[in-house]
Ligand binder design. Sequence first.
Ligand code: BG6
Length: 476
Amino acid sequence: MKDQYKFPAGFLWGAATSAYQVEGAAEEGGKKKSQQDILNIKPGLADASVASDHYHRYQEDVALMKELGMNSYRFSIAWARIFPDGVGAANPQGVAFYHNLMDELIANGITPIPTLYHYDMPMALVEKYDGWIDRQSVADFEYYAKFVIKEYASKVKYWLTINEQSIIVQYWTQKCLIPEKYLNNAQIKYQINHHMNLAHAISCKLVHELVPGGQVGAALGYSPIYPLSSRPEDNMAAQNANDLRNYFYTDVYFKGHYNKAAFTYLEKNGLAPEMQPGDEDLFKEGYSDFLAINYYSSDVATVAPEDAERRTSGFNPTGVKGQMEGFETQPGFYMLGLNPHLETTDWDWAIDPMGLTFLLRDLYTRYDRPLMITENGMGAYDTLEDDGTVHDQYRIDYLKEHIKAIKHAIDDGVEVISYNPWSFMDLVSTSNGFKKRYGFVYINRTDEDLKDLKRIKKDSYYWYQKIIASNGTELD
Ligand code: BG6
């Protein structure tokens, strides 16, 4: 009988970050502002101006990655560091920064896995034409992607295109700077997504053309959706929700067209994106080699009456359990809710390791393509003890169960390439500053006080070190 639960030789173990959440130096080294440098200015919360100061300390950070045993690192390239004005002349200091980072990684045996776009549209393009809302963004993204893919082709095999289109649609006003005149127009978010689909497909084509042996895929925020009960109506609602929240993206990546039921629902409700002839041909030409998944939790769906009020996903702004602001409702299609069978994090995210096995099995069966895990993790309040330690057993418990879940999927025959949990180090959370931490490495700062930004290994760092060293066999 074959070995149970074995990670393949050469499995990529690592961790993940994104540019604006760790780099800092928001207006240094020739970089100009991105929309995240504006969107993250919130009273009482850390912004992107210093973040984890990775721009200045990347060598120290890579040394810590090496010591952790990582053989891969997922990060993102800041468009506005390469092209401060979005297009035009490249910024030599920005280009050099990512060369230096990649060289440092490669010299330490760490495979670089860059993401081309992680929420940070250059402000210049937001000011010029409202960013992703305008189709010109696709051409400008192509200009950026072509430059970057060519520039780093010899150093990068695995390319990630756009981070979490699904989350950008759900939290569009937080992920994109949207002018007030569009705020009540929910069609815009599907239009933004359509432009991103085109940008994704173009990037895939570029990797295939410019990188010998290059592999490319999107990094999608993905929560499988279960029916709230065994009632047929709830099962139908779950299917509707999976179609609109999940397969709406993956069908474009792998089948080259929108999910039929989801698109029909959008059309009937005046929400469908405007398309041009040839768009779906481009989707097909820009095929993905793999799918990268960012997995934190699962969702449940139930029936939404035709006259229910349409609303987007809420979030918990306080980190006190039970304060989720509300759940997405699509009238006549589905309504999300709380899963009574699952524990949650302090921010009300359901903890569901089996959901990871479930989605890996489902997606591999649907599309027959390998998968990467490019995010997974536990956002929590961490405490730096007086003796300089951080005891994050809750994070170890969370990660351990999710790694077991990946092993189950592999044992069931699913091809999984990598595991890059979120996050390598503490960073600016998308909505909770430095209060909510994810890292293996603690960054000694708070929202209010930059302190010394010292890097401190948490208990989870030492635990993960053993997991990687044993290729995932020594979990208990
Ligand atoms: C993912 C994003 O959605 O979730 C990351 O790609 C983000 O950028 C992560 O940080 C965790 O979310 P949050 O809101 O807790 O920071």
